[in-house]
Design a protein around this ligand. Structure first.
Ligand SMILES: Cc1ncc(COP(=O)(O)O)c(C=O)c1O
Length: 347
């Protein structure tokens, strides 16, 4: 069954019978300020898309990695990984061929982007959940997913913690997936991708990077995977020749090297997040509020009721799956007064 995330405004608009154009949509963690779309050469539309060496070089520099490959959004890869891991995972293969029943295990954050859970569950993996502390005991040939920073909790793990986990995964021949969809808001020391080059060439570690969130262009459908040569080649092979559209390749190549815009974007996002935190703290003073530069999560005992009241006032936020928090995406300055007056009227 399809998982409901933020976005999909038309569904909520219909439910509350308020025209889509009248809503303030804060339901996603996508930057409200988009990278300006440059003039796109006709060829980018006309030709079948080719992944150029220049794009790969730009992406390698941005993600500080030796090997990376573009995908049609990290979601596309999340769905494909169980199949790729089953093919790569010799233990599974040997046992399937000998017709033994294979127990497959995946370790995931209990709260976090649910598409990971769904992908491994559908592939027949037994799911094990962790939250504040990374797993310290895992089955052989298993899979460990880390979402760093966590969406919606905002929690982060350090490189040291991730390295310890990576050692464990290596001992157990397990696949380690580090989903850094929101990592662009941190300094480059935050990401695990520069550390990939220090691992054995055969290491099964994938760092997933979203393009759409920080650059405010989620509709473009491009993301990148950083790993070693073998993994990048097998992802390339399994994606087919034209997986990412030409406009996405063209725009991302420009955006990933536009340092001036990136610095300004981070400043804008931080300022806007701080302004919204002040507002939310003023109205929801008894709640725990966790924030980063792309979204703010407010933990409330009556989150479903407040969610409903916000919807009745045409403000759409994300009620977490656990129903104990609301996640507010950022909005432009012009919308802050409206959010302020609605919050003042309902809480
Ligand atoms: C943690 C996380 N990972 C991955 C994705 C997928 O994003 P995309 O396919 O746009 O890269 C999302 C989307 O919200 C997300 O929250």
């Amino acid at each position: 069954m399809a998982i409901l995330h933020g976005g999909q405004l038309s569904r909520v608009a219909k439910q509350y019978q308020i025209a889509e154009k009248d809503w303030l949509d804060l339901s996603t963690g996508i930057a409200p300020f988009s990278y300006p779309i440059p003039d796109i050469p006709q060829q980018a539309w006309q030709d079948l898309p080719t992944i150029s060496d220049s794009l790969i070089e730009v992406a390698k520099a941005y993600y500080q990695t030796q090997y990376c490959w573009p995908v049609a959004g990290s979601q596309a890869l999340i769905e494909k990984l169980p199949e790729l891991w089953n093919q790569k995972n010799k233990y599974c293969q040997a046992n399937v061929n000998n017709q033994l029943t294979v127990e497959k295990h995946a370790y995931l954050p209990k709260v976090g982007y649910k598409e990971h859970q769904q992908a491994w569950y559908k592939a027949g993996y037994q799911l094990h959940f962790y939250q504040d502390r990374l797993p310290t005991d895992i089955e052989k040939n298993s899979v460990v997913v880390v979402i760093n920073p966590n969406n919606p909790l905002t929690d982060t793990f350090t490189i040291e913690q991730l390295k310890t986990l990576q050692n464990l995964c290596e001992q157990q021949q397990a696949l380690l997936i580090i989903d850094e969809a929101f990592a662009d808001i941190f300094t480059s020391e935050f990401s695990f991708s520069p550390h990939l080059s220090t691992l054995k060439q055969t290491a099964d570690v994938l760092v997933l990077r979203s393009f759409g969130k920080f650059f405010g262009l989620a509709g473009l459908r491009i993301g990148f995977v950083c790993s070693n040569r073998t993994w990048c080649e097998s992802i390339q092979e399994s994606s087919g020749p034209w997986a990412v559209n030409g406009a996405a390749l063209f725009i991302s190549e420009q955006a990933l090297q536009d340092k001036t815009w990136q610095v300004e974007q981070l400043k804008r996002l931080q300022q806007q997040s701080e302004a919204m935190q002040v507002l939310l703290k003023a109205h929801l003073s008894r709640s725990r509020i966790e924030a980063n530069a792309l979204f703010i999560t407010v933990f409330l005992p009556d989150a479903p009721a407040i969610y409903q009241q916000l919807c009745e006032n045409a403000i759409y936020v994300r009620l977490t799956d656990e129903k104990n928090a609301l996640r507010f995406g950022l909005t432009e300055e012009a919308n802050i007064a409206r959010l302020n007056s609605v919050l003042a009227s309902i809480v």
